[in-house]
Design a protein around this ligand. Sequence first.
Ligand SMILES: C[S@@+](CC[C@H](N)C(=O)[O-])C[C@H]1O[C@@H](n2cnc3c(N)ncnc32)[C@H](O)[C@@H]1O
Length: 257
Amino acid sequence: MRYYMTSLPDYKNDPEAYEIEERSRPDEMLMLEVAGEMAIESLENIHNVAVLDLCCGTGLSLERIINHPNISCAVGVDICQPYLDFAKIKYKQHRLKPTFILGDAVSVRLPREQWDVIMLASAYHHIEHERKVEFLNRVHYLLDNSGYAIIAENVLPEYEESNTKEYAHAVKQFYTEVLNTAKQQNPNLPDYVANLIKRVAQYGYDGDYEYKVSLSLLLKDLAKARLQIVTQKRVWPKDESKLGKTGGNYVFKVCCL
Ligand SMILES: C[S@@+](CC[C@H](N)C(=O)[O-])C[C@H]1O[C@@H](n2cnc3c(N)ncnc32)[C@H](O)[C@@H]1O
């Protein structure tokens, strides 16, 4: 489904464009900030913490936690080599340099089997629908008994699962609000940046690279993977007027059932 007729710039495989798009979005920055706070709260009382960031991208989701003195090992996994190259440079000067591994988050071989904290920031919605539960099952398998996964997710307003029109409408509602929020923060948002944000929406309409779901579907998948929610916060938008009762950006802290 083509919603935007102009040819839009792309951020896939382009780390600079991805970072510009993300950092221009207050909804994303807030979500990453709260995810960072929840991760830090989870590792406060343990030492030699091992952190795994699945679908780590350019390393944005590690930025707020990597300097914590309790972390002794950090690994990021992504399927995009240019993003990982960018992330490696970002962390070159850090006390603890994460190891970045190129691979599929669902099946990649990892240097250890148990992790204290697993970050999944905009990760679940990048995994195809048919592999989502397998992905969460793997998170369950990799999570230490006393560990937590921090899930930061863009959640669409509710729609009927097999209704493609309703799904496209939910994507449209979501990204209209994302753009409105970005323009409220920066009334001079450059067209290039607005178009990068529209490109994310276009991937959603096309059912390619972006596989977002509603809250009810996400909760069902967590239950199937026996991941129990310890904390659930909707961090954006401020009220229910635009995306209904359940649409928006969430951060969940989950543990193994
Ligand atoms: C929206 S970005 C999130 C990046 C980072 N976590 C953040 O919060 O900025 C999603 C990332 O998932 C990666 N990705 C998509 N499918 C993947 C897969 N099967 N295995 C590993 N990474 C994947 C993409 O390359 C992209 O970097």
